[in-house]
Design a protein around this ligand. Sequence first.
Ligand code: NAP
Length: 284
Amino acid sequence: MILIDGKKTAFELREELAAKVAAGRHAGRRPPGLAVILVGEDPASQVYVNNKERACLAVGIVSFAFHLPAETGQDELLALIAECNARPNVDGILLQLPLPPHLDAQACLLAIDPAKDVDGFHPQNVGRLSIGLPGFAPCTPAGVMELLKRYDLSPAGKKAVVVGRSNIVGKPLAMLLARPGAYSDATVTLCHLRTANIAGECRTAEFLFLAVGRPGFVTVDMVREGAVVIDVGINRTPQGLRGDADFESVSRKARAITPVPGGVGPMTIAMLLKNTVQAWQDLA
Ligand code: NAP
């Protein structure tokens, strides 16, 4: 059984990115810049933002922190986004979600220049992904695809099942898996709450992707012998962080599996850095 180590893979990716940034700097380029916009004092968001800013520093990306009070108005936020769009030393813009309820998150995401949309949430990038044009893919599903590539686990021609259809994970992941390419080209089924026979669908999967948000949702009887199981779920339980699969039993039947924590999780920030370095290189 292959234990897919996202922590190690994310570290390797960060080293590669640091080398790319160092080479650009050596050639006289300014460093890549990421604007990180946080509105309000949500403690979880503050932790995420701190982690992202620290990760930027480690690869040589300059992070511009904009930590705004919870009562910031829509116009003020849009003006800041416009300023970041215009600034030549900002390559990527990260708007930490969720926003306080009085702000319109969709309108703010739409205001981000698609060329600086390193989270891949702008409808233009979503559309590009769906028709196979280059653009930024959302970081978590992009991290899943990176793991498949680096562990040489190709779903090409195989039956893939994705459980969960959110805009940030399940749906873009299904699109990435179905597009033509060496580490995609899968035959994809996308499941959700209304799926009639979820256990039966999961059992057909040679590649099973879980983005449900329910600890231990997938039990060993729902998994095909020798399946590759990629568990995106991060669920806080009294026993600590748990994935959507019952790791203990499922790992005995799977050919390869991601643990939680230490699987897909660390790849998300690494892909944010990768997208930012990509945006910086695109401008060169
Ligand atoms: P979400 O927006 O809540 O979506 C959950 C999806 O699962 C929905 O499409 C829902 O179906 C489906 N679902 C829920 N219960 C189901 C059931 N009993 N049977 C079939 N489908 C069911 O969640 P998300 O944002 O995609 O996140 C999913 C998980 O991934 C969470 O644990 C989250 O913490 C984790 N996550 C991890 C990372 C990371 O690793 N960095 C990033 C993002 C999210 P409906 O559409 O029908 O409601």
